[in-house]
Ligand binder design. Structure first.
Ligand code: SF4
Length: 412
């Protein structure tokens, strides 16, 4: 039963995220939910239980909420290749038996390049995966060692060569700016090196310190924030100079090679998740509200509550109209095209200009807010994206004010 008492089948189209919560080792900056999985017999048995539970959940989901379309699927983690070719083959076969047919589904698999081999990539390609997202972060042995990231340079290069062979026009790589031991020479060298493999898409993230991670306790080892920011800008300019256009705060691609799955998150279009810590959102377009479903970030409790006793979707949080409007701004303004103006107006019954007129006027006058996609709506300019946080603080303050005035006038 879907929390909120909604009728099943009301959400015709949604994307699917699958969280594989296993890694071979942990990186010091990472706060994604993951547990260590070793290649022992116990480790393999745990992976089998995970696949069984996940496919059971997928079966229940598609039976209760049969989608007319699943335009994108993303298998992330964690490190999905730790399932191995047999495990991944089993997972993909189960999903293929459930997913509705699609001509042009984008199906992404996340991996660390050093964990790839031919057998695994063959299984992925035959199972419908058509895009890889490869976490490199840095080629520098020193930076990698300082954050305990596994994998050597030769293994990464080998994995990249395999990715280019199996998914020639469709793989992405992730880099990080602000790692310990990194300077502009190291970052520019890394970018130059990866361009030789011709990725279609490159993500460049500014290192974010997450409370509770080992790096949080070693902040003194890191360059000041301003140094990391200027390093990121150096990387951004190099990527743009190489023909990778920025389309989101941290994402760059060749023309037409944007991540369709991630664009659906940023435009706040329906997606559901399976696997521990996975979280999905369904939008009620008519009301401008949403429901968020989150699985527990705990493998054991996720596994032990599996089977027929499990409800179709985990407990939901309601996103009221104000909350959903804020999330739509928060996510949409991350993109250089801005929030989809027509979708925003249909969803909330007002235009972006009517929602946050003063904030938009102020940023427009400073040249930081510009017309959005195809001249519709609004977006932040390249420089404006550097001011995303203060822009959102002001926009949210304006929304809060309008909603409090609206509720006072209604109650009066
Ligand atoms: S960054 Fe990737 S490989 Fe490292 S701990 Fe996080 S999920 Fe695992």
């Amino acid at each position: 039963m879907i929390p909120g008492g909604r009728e099943t089948g009301s959400f015709a189209e949604y994307s699917l995220y699958i969280h594989v919560p296993f890694c071979r080792s942990f990186c010091d900056y990472c706060d994604f939910y993951s547990v260590l999985l070793d290649p022992s017999r116990e480790g393999r048995a745990l992976a089998e239980r995970y696949i069984d539970t996940l496919t059971g959940d997928a079966r229940r989901l598609f039976r209760t909420l049969p989608p007319s379309q699943v335009p994108t699927v993303y298998i992330g983690g964690g490190t999905p290749p730790v399932l191995g070719p047999d495990g991944m083959g089993r997972l993909l076969a189960a999903l293929n038996g459930l997913l509705p047919p699609a001509e042009d589904r984008e199906w992404t698999l996340e991996a660390n390049p050093e964990s790839l081999d031919r057998a695994f990539l063959r299984v992925c390609r035959e199972g419908g995966v058509n895009r890889l997202s490869l976490g490199i972060q840095s080629f520098s042995p020193r930076s990698r060692a300082l954050v305990h990231r596994g994998g050597g340079v030769e293994a990464i290069k080998y994995g990249l060569a395999l990715a280019a062979e199996f998914f020639p026009a469709n793989f992405s790589v992730d880099f990080m700016a602000g790692l310990p031991g990194q300077d502009s020479g190291v970052l520019l060298g890394d970018i130059k090196r990866v361009l030789g493999f011709h990725p279609a898409h490159i993500s460049l993230y500014a290192l974010t310190l997450e409370e509770g991670t080992p790096l949080w306790d070693r902040q003194g080892e890191l360059a000041p924030r301003e140094t990391a920011d200027s390093l990121w800008i150096t990387g951004r300019d190099a990527l743009e100079g190489a023909g990778y256009g920025q389309y989101e705060v941290s994402n760059f691609s060749l023309p037409g090679k944007e991540s369709r799955h991630n664009l659906r998150y940023w435009m706040m279009k329906n997606w559901l998740a399976l696997g521990p810590s996975g979280s999905g959102t369904l939008i009620d377009e008519g009301r401008g509200t949403g429901l968020r479903f989150s699985w527990p970030a705990d493998l054991e409790s996720w596994l032990s509550s599996g089977g027929s006793s499990r409800g179709i979707l985990p407990a939901a949080e309601t996103l009221d109209r104000l909350t959903l409007m804020k999330e739509s701004l928060l996510m949409g303004f991350r993109c250089t095209r801005g929030p989809e103006a027509g979708l925003f107006a249909r969803r909330f019954g007002l235009s972006l200009e009517d929602a946050v007129p003063q904030t938009l006027a102020k940023y427009r006058d400073r040249g930081l807010a510009v017309p959005g996609n195809r001249g519709e709506g609004w977006a932040l300019s390249k420089e404006g994206l550097l001011f995303l946080d203060p822009f959102l603080v002001e926009a949210f303050g304006e929304l809060d004010y309008h909603f409090s005035v609206e509720s006072i006038s209604k109650s009066g």
